[in-house]
Design a binder for this molecule. Structure first.
Ligand SMILES: C[S@@+](CC[C@H](N)C(=O)[O-])C[C@H]1O[C@@H](n2cnc3c(N)ncnc32)[C@H](O)[C@@H]1O
Length: 221
């Protein structure tokens, strides 16, 4: 297992087995999802936002409604979350969302350089145990990829309810000279920016009365 993890990470690894998908969910993944899959032709559209790990898609739906002229790309590997988003896109009849239902690291091979205006990563899995820290999404490697696909002056929004992960994220951004930390200090990170809505994970954080942090970075070179 250790060897396997070493080779695959940070690509993806299986979490604990989940409840099997329902018939309806399977049908959405096999049929309806096709209409919303991202393909290379969509990438020619000039103005694009990207959300990584959209969960159940609440924020993606809000981005889509508020930015009708932009292409909103959502990347997620959690199938129940993907099916929930597809149902909502169809219900509200949104036209500007495209889904990439695979690991974000494979999407970086397709996205064009300097092509994304805003990137959202809301509550990336905190992996609180020390032995699992290496599974955390935000790493030197991820920042290198984000820098490549983000436009100059483009912004990255990250939220977390893990204080430990907060400092790890800040550490990685400080080491990377291509980004400017807009909040400037932790006390400026408590208020949710207008661009983001409450997600399922944030509701869980609220129930646990966890402190939440909203980070914002700008690509400066
Ligand atoms: C803690 S959940 C947060 C979900 C959502 N953003 C929210 O705030 O409710 C993190 C999500 O990131 C997704 N994720 C983790 N690693 C990923 C990867 N490499 N590529 C795409 N999605 C990933 C997980 O499947 C999970 O749904």
């Amino acid at each position: 297992m250790k060897k396997l993890e070493k080779n695959i990470l940070p690509v993806f690894y299986k979490k604990k087995p989940r409840r099997p998908l329902s018939k309806k969910q399977k049908s959405i993944l096999n049929c309806s999802l096709k209409k919303f899959l991202l393909n290379k032709n969509h990438l020619d559209k000039k103005k694009k936002f990207l959300e990584i790990g959209f969960g159940y898609g609440e924020n993606l739906i809000n981005l889509s409604k508020k930015n009708k002229e932009k292409l909103i790309i959502g990347c997620e590997i959690y199938e129940p979350g993907i099916t929930n988003l597809v149902e909502n896109i169809e219900r509200v009849n949104l036209k500007n969302i495209k889904i990439y239902p695979k690991n974000i690291f494979s999407l970086f091979n397709i996205l064009k350089k300097n092509s994304i205006e805003k990137i959202f990563i809301l509550y990336p899995d905190p992996w609180p145990k020390k032995k699992h820290f290496k599974r955390r999404l935000i790493s030197k490697n991820l920042l290198k990829k984000l820098n490549k696909v983000l436009k100059l002056n483009g912004e990255i929004f990250i939220s977390t309810d893990s204080e430990d992960y907060l400092y790890k994220i800040l550490f990685e951004f400080f080491l990377n000279k291509n980004f400017f930390w807009i909040n400037n200090k932790v006390t400026n990170c408590y208020k949710r920016p207008n661009e983001i809505v409450e997600t399922k994970y944030e509701k869980k954080a609220n129930l646990k009365k966890n402190k939440k942090f909203y980070l914002k970075f700008k690509k400066i070179c």
